[in-house]
Design a protein around this ligand. Structure first.
Ligand SMILES: NC(=O)c1ccc[n+]([C@@H]2O[C@H](COP(=O)([O-])OP(=O)(O)OC[C@H]3O[C@@H](n4cnc5c(N)ncnc54)[C@H](OP(=O)(O)O)[C@@H]3O)[C@@H](O)[C@H]2O)c1
Length: 295
């Protein structure tokens, strides 16, 4: 097992995998739009055939949560039909598919960290289409592992860390939601963990217990307001902005898609099955702040 096809080139996680996979002795073959586009199935088949992969990590997804509410069909094509196509191709080749998913498959009403057996109940289009993608991938390829992650941030792309740093540089006071809880996840840490999972699969061969759903997110949890404060605290010693961050309620920050109030995920199954765990999210934040050049 050597050649790993990574979809979503240019995205946060795929960019991380470009470093993490070679570090574990894999060759990362990155594909992205427009050459690899789920809306154009022929490009997917061609990209897959050209790569001749030994495993696939599907990072490509419609990740614009609010915009998905206005185009469920488009989000479904990317988040459900895309994984289905890849899973069928993987099944025909007899190779593993690592499919990324989200804490937004949960409604956030449990009041405690979710475990993988808890019933999903997405509140919006993004979570609904990602859940359909999980089912499609698991049904079409017996060698599928689904990894639900959350609150991903990275030195590249659009994410909360970069948004906060840019808003904080422009305004002395910010208002940030304090009543939504989750697991902030540094894309470089997530990429390292996925590469370690693949290394484990390479070592043991595919096992029945690898098939299924796993939580894979930064260690510990936060609310958005606390996360924002941590971002400014981490960036300030390196010249980052230090605005005052006021806590507000979700109701005071209207957005199109409803989000889970408490999507925290327990990650014991990941550790027990693959021997893998992500570092605390604060370490991931320091890593990303360094990479952003504020260090
Ligand atoms: N970001 C988060 O906070 C978060 C949270 C939970 C789960 N996840 C999941 O984690 C995975 C990686 O997320 P990420 O943050 O790395 O995402 P990202 O930075 O938004 O990257 C997604 C990639 O998918 C590509 N893409 C979008 N629609 C496509 C289509 N129809 N066909 C082919 N490619 C398409 C995008 O290409 P363009 O750039 O050209 O549009 C982009 O390269 C995704 O499965 C996501 O659902 C993310």
């Amino acid at each position: 097992m050597r050649r790993v096809l990574v979809t979503g080139k240019g995205g946060q996680l795929a960019t991380g995998l470009a470093d993490s996979l070679p570090a574990q002795g894999f060759e990362a073959i990155l594909v992205g739009q427009p050459d690899f586009e789920f809306d154009q199935p022929a490009t997917v088949e061609r990209g897959f055939a050209d790569a001749a992969p030994d495993a696939v990590v599907n990072c490509a997804a419609w990740t614009a949560v609010d915009a998905a509410e206005d185009d469920e069909a488009g989000a479904f094509r990317a988040n459900a039909l895309g994984p289905l196509m890849l899973a069928r191709l993987c099944a025909a080749r007899g190779i593993p598919l690592l499919q990324l998913s989200t804490d937004y498959v949960y409604d956030g009403a449990k009041g405690a960290p979710y475990v993988e057996d808890d019933a999903p109940n997405p509140l919006g289009t993004y979570g609904r289409t990602k859940l359909a993608g999980e089912w499609a991938a698991l049904a079409a390829n017996p060698m599928t592992a689904v990894f639900r992650t959350a609150w991903v941030f990275s030195p590249v792309g659009r994410n909360f860390v970069k948004t906060m740093l840019s808003a904080g540089a422009q305004r002395p006071e910010l208002r940030v939601v304090a009543d939504q809880h989750g697991n902030p996840t540094a894309a470089p840490d997530l990429a390292d963990a996925l590469a370690l999972v693949l290394a484990r699969v390479r070592e043991t061969g595919w096992r029945a217990e690898y098939r299924g759903v796993f939580h894979m997110a930064g260690g510990g949890h936060a609310d958005w307001h606390g996360f924002a404060q941590a971002i400014f605290a981490a960036a300030a010693p390196h010249g980052g902005p230090s605005p005052t961050v006021h806590p507000i309620a979700t109701a005071d920050y209207p957005v199109k898609a409803r989000r889970p109030a408490d999507g925290r995920m327990d990650q014991a199954k990941l550790r027990a099955t693959f021997g893998v765990a992500l570092p605390p999210w604060q370490e991931g934040l320091a890593r990303v702040i360094r990479a952003l050049g504020t260090a």
